[in-house]
Design a protein around this ligand. Structure first.
Ligand SMILES: C[S@@+](CC[C@H](N)C(=O)[O-])C[C@H]1O[C@@H](n2cnc3c(N)ncnc32)[C@H](O)[C@@H]1O
Length: 181
């Protein structure tokens, strides 16, 4: 996994080469925005209004046009088949209903559209998995609903996505996924 450096590291790798119309879910304060280079236009959603405002500030120095809405991944304010790509970085740990979010992402992606993710997931090591499951109820209260025990790659597959794992580093995984139904 590339480290985060002045060139953006994994963030630049995740979004820099995407082309066409892109949606980012859970954009937060807009940490990814300056790394979009090739997209035609970026739409982004963030449920926290304060963070969405910070992301709008960050969007001023983006290289492409950016529009930010206050909304959740489980209920996206866009028409069907609107986007070529959807991006999620460190978001699926905290969405309340991952299955609903995946159905919404499927709905707004065009046929052959791609979901790009950088997420932290439940460790494969069984002992660590037990530990991560045990501390999640406390951790999520301290850390904005962040779950340390989300098996996001398996959840994608259960919902019919074909997943390509590009990199794994400790509990972090960078993947791309296409609907296989
Ligand atoms: C750890 S931050 C990551 C922010 C940003 N994606 C990044 O890479 O810096 C997680 C973000 O997910 C957002 N979030 C939480 N639940 C969400 C949901 N249901 N739909 C979309 N975003 C959500 C949070 O408000 C927060 O901004």
């Amino acid at each position: 996994m590339a480290k985060q450096g002045s060139d953006g590291g994994w963030r630049a790798e995740l979004v820099g080469d995407l082309e066409g119309d892109v949606l980012e879910i859970g954009v937060g304060t807009g940490e990814n925005l300056r790394f979009y280079r090739g997209a035609t236009r970026l739409f982004a959603v963030e449920p926290d209004a304060g963070r969405a405002d910070e992301a709008r500030q960050a969007a001023r120095s983006a290289a492409i046009p950016v529009t930010i809405e206050v909304a959740s991944a489980e209920r996206l304010p866009y028409e069907d088949q609107r986007f070529d790509h959807v991006v999620s970085s460190m978001v699926f740990c905290s969405v309340d209903q991952p299955g609903d979010a995946l159905r919404e992402i499927e709905r707004v992606l065009r046929p052959n559209g791609v979901l790009h993710m950088m997420e932290h997931v439940l460790p494969g090591n069984p002992l660590l998995a037990v530990l991560f499951r045990a501390i999640t109820p406390v951790w999520r209260r301290l850390a904005w609903n962040c779950h340390l025990d989300r098996p996001t790659v398996e959840t994608l597959r259960e919902h019919g996505w074909e997943v390509e794992v590009h990199k794994r580093w400790l509990v972090f995984v960078r993947i791309s996924a296409r609907q296989g139904r």
